[in-house]
Design a protein around this ligand. Sequence first.
Ligand code: SF4
Length: 225
Amino acid sequence: MSLGRQLKNPAGPIRPARPRLGPRTAYLVQRILMPSPFYRWLGARIESSPRVRRLFTGTEKKIKEEIFGCRMCGQCALPATGYACPMSCPKELRNGPCGGVGADGSCEVHPEMRCVWVQAYERAASQGRAGDLARLQRPIDHRLWGQSSWVNYWQGRDENLWTDDDGLATPAALHLPATLKGPATRQAPQDPQDRQGPADRPGQRKQGPAGQQTRDGMRVRAGRK
Ligand code: SF4
């Protein structure tokens, strides 16, 4: 995050939030809020009146701030991050943790707090959704800060926020200590090449079968959600 925005952040320094809604309930609510002709109509009505729009956005802010530590980026990543808000990461990382996560899962900037991405992994894994974390979050449009992400969602404006779950061979894994690990959700098919030697060690790049760069055996391809 830029120093300018960090300084302007009215709520003070960004701190990792701890979601107040359990992951199971959060995924259930997600199903209720899925875009439909009704929600599209509702979104259009909300947007047609500046006053209603302000009211609705203010209500969304209150609810999501309280439950998820939402900062109203307007392009919600929650469905793909186990309902742990990545914008509550002090570094605003939307594609996984930085290299400073403590061995106990603590945040590097606020060691007394748990890393948002450790929480995201645990929450997603507990619902069989750890594979979601293998999607790549695209850069957000910073002009949309403060807008209602619900309305943007219903109006289909955030459809390309992340890549497809396109059969990535390796599920997301944060290499947590055994005591912190959630249940495994998707078995990675064993790639015989993974057993071949030093060239396949984590951190070393190799060429994928379709000529794509891969890291740790993970294929990366952009696509639609
Ligand atoms: S709208 Fe943005 S800031 Fe708010 S919960 Fe979703 S990702 Fe986090």
